[in-house]
Every structure is written in C-alpha cells, then in structure tokens.
Design a protein around this ligand. Structure first.
Ligand code: C2E
Ligand code: MG
Ligand code: MG
Length: 686
C-alpha cells in the first residue's frame, strides 16, 4: 500500500532526502511538499497518512501546523523533522500533539519513527472503534424493551437494565449481588430449573417460557433466553438473561382459545368443546362403568320468532334460554349450544333414565314462565330428545344422532315434551310422572301411614323402643314400601313435608300410648338428608312441645352418607338438637363412608348395624368379623349397638356373645300398625 505523505518543508532537497530515506527503509510512498499555510490547508482537504514537518519555516511553523490540525480535529500522525530543535521546543511540540521528532542530521531514525507513529495511529483507531462499539452496546442495553440480567458465574446479579426494572419492578440496586431466584414464582417444579441448568451447562444457552413474580407479587409469563458468556479460554465468566413479558400475548392466546371453544352469543361451550367433553366423559364412563345421559334440546317454532320479530329478538331469546338452563345444571354437567336453537346437555354423574327425565321436566318447567324480550312477552317451549350411554350406543356420533332422532319424535308428538330414544324409557318416565303427581297429593289425601317396629333388649327381649317406618297406602296399588317412594320424594323436593308429617305423627303416637299407659320408652324416626338444616331444630322442639314428650324419648336416625354430604352443617344441627336432649342413632352402619375421627365429634347414642351384615351371620365369616368390629367400636365410643334385621336365634346367640345390646327384626316383630303393636306388646312389662 502506498503511503501518502505530506511534507511541510521549505527546502525541496530536504524533502526529497526524507522520501529517499523512507523508500530505503522499504516504504512505498507518494509525497507532496508545501511550505505555506494556505497550501498546507489545501493539502489537508484530502488528508495524508502522515505529516513530516520542519519546525522553522520562513512563512510557516511546525507549531502553527499542529494547531491547525487540532482546529480541524484531524488525527494525523505528525513527525517533526527539523535541523535544530532545542529540547524545550521538542517537548513543547510533543505537548502540542506531535507524535515524534527526528533531527535532520540523524535521518537514520526517521524510518523507525514513521513505523511507530503509524502503528500508534492504527492502535488509536482500533481503540476508538472498540469504544464506539461499547458505547453502542451500552445504548442498546439501556434502551431495549427486553429485560436483561447479567450474572457472574455463581449466578449473582452484576447488572440489570431499565427494562428489567420496568418488567420486574426491582431496581438494579435492589437486586445487585442477589440470585435471580428472587423472581421465582413457585409455578415450576424443581425439576424445571434442574433441566434449565442442565441445558445451560451443556449447550451454553437455554430458551423457554417461564413464570416469574414481580416485586408487587404479580406472577407473569416471560420468554427468556439465557446464554453463557465465555472468555478466550472457553471458561464461562457470566450469564446473560434476556426476557420479554408475554402476559399480553398469553391473554390474547387465552382469548383466542376461549373464542374457538365458545359460542359468541351465549358464551356457552360450542360444538367443538362439547365434542371434547363428550369424548372425555365417554372415556371416563367406560372406565368407571358409569352411565351418561345426553339431552338434545331444540326450541319449538324458533324460526317464527326470528322471522316475525327479527334476529336481535331471536338472539335475546337464545340468551335467556341459556341463562335459565345454566341455572339448573350441576357443576358436573355440561351445557352447550350446537348452533341455531339447538342446545345439548350432558349429564355425567349419577345418571339414570329417571334422573334424565327429571332434568328434562325441569327444563320444560324453566320455559313455562314467559320471557320479556324488548316489548314482547314470549312463551318459548322446547322439545327434548334423550339418549343414554351405554343403553343407546357407545359412540359419540351415534348417541348424538339418536338424541336428535328422539328430539324429532318429541316434535312429532306435538312439541313441548321429551322423548327417550328407547321407547320403553319414555313410558317408564311417564309412569313415574303419574306417580310423582300422586305422591305430591299423598299427604293431603291422608295416604301416608306409619308402622312401628320394636327395638328390644337382646338379653331380656324387653321393649326398649320402636322405629317409625313410613308407608304409602296407594288407593289402587296398595301399600307401597318407603324404598319405592322416598327417593322420588327427595328428587321432587317434598321429602321435607313427608318428614315433618312422620315426625309429628310419631310423637303424637308416643304421647297417645303414654295416655293408654302403654310404656314405649323411645321412638326412632328416620331423617332424610334434605331435612338436616337449621329449620329442623325448630321443627323438632315444636313437636316435642306439642306432644309434651321428654326429648330423650325421641331418637333421630341418620346415615353416614347423609352426614358426609355436609359434615359441617350436620355437626352443628346435631349439636343443637343434642342440646335440647334428643337422641341420635347412626343407621345402616357399615355401608357408608365416614371417618372415626368425624364420628367422635358427633353427639351419638346408638349405632345400628346394617342388616346386610346381620343376615350373613353363620354364613360369611367376613361379615361376622365386621359385626364384631362394629360392636367393639360402639363400646369404645361409649355407644349402644343395635343389630338390625335379626331373623333367627342363631343370630341372637352370635350377637349376644359379641356384646350387642339391642336388636330389631322380624324375629321379634315386623313393622306393624300402632294398634297391633299395642295389642302384641302392651301386656309385656317394659
Ligand atoms: P331402615 O331405617 O334401615 O329401616 C329398617 C328396614 O328394615 C325397614 O324397611 C324394615 O321393615 C326392615 N326390616 C326390619 N326388620 C327386618 C328383618 O328382620 N329382615 C328384613 N329383611 N328386613 C327387616 P322399610 O320399612 O321398608 O324401610 C326401608 C328404609 O326406608 C328404612 O331403612 C329407612 O331408611 C327408610 N325409611 C322408612 N321410613 C322413613 C321415613 O319416615 N323417613 C325417611 N327419610 N326414611 C324412611
Ligand atoms: Mg332406620
Ligand atoms: Mg337401617
């Protein structure tokens, strides 16, 4: 490369000598000579690589040349080449920015000096570029929207940028020297961080989504890249983490996800989500041997609403329909809008044809009150088709098709009704509907009666109490056992009335026997789960007052499953009744689930061993062991045990040996009407 040299020299010959000298030293050069300020300035317009300058010139000076360079802010290698320059002047020259000086009579030094100043210049340039780069990097670091965390190799934070503070809420000062762990959200398992470090150590970088916690406690998702920074030897010296807050992206994603799975008008699950849930429910049901009911609902003559009142009104109707429907479903059920005026309801838990019919009827009831849409008052009805898994198929498409077909049947039958895909079920449901209506009227028509079954001392056979058991004296079907109507009464919400009637009648009867001087020590009354609420306390104390009975003479029977349905409430209600003085027995013990710890908290007096265990005495050693265990448990809790369903003397022998105190069963008496009990037992002294 040719070196472009500017020589400031009045003597042509001296300049030529300098050039010769440098060429001798191996430089390839091109030079021009100036000796006046104006020429000098002109030459600088196209800056040379090097300036060689005499100190004393007739019309110019080295000092002036230097100061002009400075004014022009030019960084050019500048060597004084002078005949005689005193030490003072030399120092002065260097101070003014000259890079070196060479005496004219010592030209041997010139080559070396030029080499050095050129190198220096290169170095200076490299330095400047590096500095510039650094400045840029710092600018980027400070201004980027990405949060940056720099840690040393131990993971202690050595630097953060303003975006870090904006996202996390922590200033650099607050986290310096700390571990990025301060941001940990607790959303990830330890294995997550272990994997992260594994990758980071092996590959030198890690990238992924991570949940962190801001200073204000908010947890947010970020997209994070961590890279190891290595020195020349390949040793990691730092880690740099660069992250973006992706909260908004996530929210948008969720939103999209929601829109993809829900109906825009009603916000109900749409066909896609419904199918997902249905498939899932079927899988579950297959595994657990459960049944599922699918109700396909189509509004009647919805097209007319749309056509005559317009779509906005139609939309309002659909909204109201979905609102009303949502109100009656259980949390385990799914309701979805398939499109238009078609809705489906998926009943998953504890589903039977009966339950599906009850829900269908509830749905139809929902529509019985008119809807106010704008200035219109509309009565909307619906037709419902019902399919059951596994009864009507086990493929989702088939089940939906069958439900659709059943719905069509319902329309054919004159709308505003429901049909099962399997005809017999519809008939069964109709029968039930009739029974339901009759049961509703049973109390007012005086069709309920109580039978009483003795509870005796197992040793002496003395009467210790009676259990009141309800029956329905049906005008056409005769005497109906409680097992056939109690559940229905619970489902249609009239068990409260029946329970009240039973309680009243039982107390009344006991008072009557008292009057007749027939000593029945105690009367047991069965409760239903729906009766266990605050009103029960009032109701019981009312009855006791009316019949003037000592509270201890009333025993209420509850089952474990009833109590476990709402353990807190049960405990309070039982506690309050116990405070009055009422007795409690756990009925059908051994068939439900409850914890001993919980039972201990209840104010119990007796445990009734379920008759299924008693029945197997002498036949099943396992059940015998259970009976023994229950009796031992009762003793332990300080309670009396009552064996239910005692039918023969072998059972009595066994029970007596095992320590049972009381017994009840056909061996002593069937449940019988009050007069019969009086006739059979009043002669025997209690
Ligand atoms: P539970 O409370 O366990 O009543 C005992 C049942 O066992 C009665 O059936 C009784 O007739 C029967 N039983 C008594 N001794 C024997 C025996 O030696 N062998 C056999 N195989 N059975 C015997 P019932 O009257 O049909 O009542 C059935 C269930 O209905 C009762 O079981 C009770 O849970 C419920 N129940 C009865 N009355 C009422 C009531 O007024 N309210 C409520 N909520 N439930 C009631
Ligand atoms: Mg009972
Ligand atoms: Mg029982």
């Amino acid at each position: 490369m040719t070196l472009k040299v500017l020589i400031v020299e009045d003597l042509h010959y001296d300049a030529e000598l300098m050039a010769l000298r440098l060429r001798d030293e191996g430089f390839e050069l091109d030079y021009s000579r100036v000796q006046a300020e104006a020429d000098y300035l002109a030459a600088l317009a196209d800056p040379p690589d090097l300036i060689l300058c005499d100190w004393h010139l007739p019309q110019f000076s080295g000092l002036r040349a230097l100061s002009l360079l400075r004014q022009l802010d030019l960084d050019l290698p500048f060597i004084i080449v002078s005949g005689g320059i005193g030490e003072e002047a030399a120092i002065d020259a260097l101070r003014q920015g000259a890079n070196d000086y060479v005496l004219k009579d010592r030209p041997a030094r010139l080559g070396e000096a030029v080499k050095r100043v050129l190198e220096d210049k290169q170095l200076r340039q490299a330095h400047r570029i590096a500095e510039e780069k650094l400045r840029l990097a710092e600018r980027a670091f400070q201004n980027t929207a990405e949060g940056i965390t720099v840690t040393d190799v131990n993971g202690d934070i050595v630097s953060t940028n303003p975006a870090f503070e904006a996202i996390t809420g922590y200033t650099q000062e607050e986290v310096l020297g700390q571990n990025p762990r301060v941001l940990k959200s607790g959303h990830h398992e330890p294995s997550f961080y272990r994997d992260m470090w594994d990758t980071l150590l092996k590959a030198g970088h890690w990238r992924g989504e991570i949940w962190n916690r801001r200073k204000n406690g908010d947890v947010y998702p970020e997209w994070l890249t961590i890279s190891a920074v290595k020195d020349k030897r390949g040793e990691t010296t730092h880690y740099v983490g660069v992250f973006t807050d992706i909260t908004q992206i996530k929210e948008a994603q969720d939103q999209i996800n929601f829109l993809a799975h829900h109906d825009a008008l009603t916000q109900l699950p749409n066909r896609a989500l419904f199918r997902e849930r249905f498939d899932h429910a079927l899988m579950h049901a297959r595994r657990e041997n459960n049944s599922i009911a699918l109700l396909f609902l189509d509004l009647d003559r919805f097209k007319t609403v749309n056509d005559t009142l317009g779509h906005p009104t139609g939309d309002q109707v659909l909204l109201e329909v979905s609102r009303r429907m949502s109100n009656i479903i259980r949390s385990s059920d799914t309701i979805a809008r398939l499109g238009g005026d078609e809705f489906v309801l998926l009943l998953e838990e504890q589903t039977s044809a009966q339950h599906a019919a009850v829900v269908a009827r509830k749905l139809m009831n929902l529509f019985s009150s008119p809807m106010n849409v704008g200035e219109h008052e509309l009565v909307v009805t619906a037709s419902i088709g019902i399919t059951l898994y596994p009864n009507d198929g086990d493929d989702p498409d088939l089940l939906i098709r069958h439900a659709d077909r059943a719905m069509y049947e319902a329309k054919q039958q004159g709308r505003n009704t429901y049909r099962f895909f399997t005809q017999a079920l519809t008939e069964g449901a109709l029968e039930r509907l009739m029974m339901e209506n009759e049961l509703r009227r049973a109390i007012s028509r005086d069709e309920l009666i109580l039978h009483y079954q003795p509870i005796v001392d197992i040793k002496t056979r003395q009467l210790r109490g009676v259990e009141a058991l309800v029956r329905w004296q049906h005008p056409k079907q005769g005497l109906i056992a409680p097992g056939l109507f109690i559940e229905l009464a619970e489902e249609i919400g009239i068990i409260g009335d029946i329970g009240k009637w039973v309680l009243h009648t039982a107390c009344d009867q006991l008072a009557k026997w008292d009057q007749d001087e027939f000593q029945v020590p105690r009367i047991s009354v069965n409760l239903s789960v729906q009766q266990i609420d605050q009103t029960l306390v009032m109701q019981v104390s009312d009855e006791l007052q009316k019949s003037a009975l000592a509270p201890e003479r009333l025993e209420l029977e509850v089952t474990e499953s009833m109590l476990m349905r709402n353990p807190e409430l049960s405990r309070t209600v039982l506690g309050e009744l116990k405070a009055i003085g009422v007795n409690f027995a756990i009925d059908d013990f051994g068939t439900g689930y409850s914890s001993l710890a919980y039972l201990k908290l209840l104010p119990l007096d007796r445990i009734k061993i379920d008759q299924s265990f008693v029945r197997d005495i002498g036949r099943d050693s396992n059940d015998e062991a259970i009976v023994r265990a229950i009796i031992a448990l009762s003793k332990n809790l300080g309670l009396e045990s009552v064996a239910e369903g005692v039918e023969n003397s072998n059972q009595v022998d066994f029970l007596q040996k095992a320590g049972s105190v009381l017994a009840q069963g056909y061996l002593y008496s069937h449940p019988v009407p009050a007069e019969e009990l009086y006739r059979n037992w009043s002669a025997i002294k209690a």
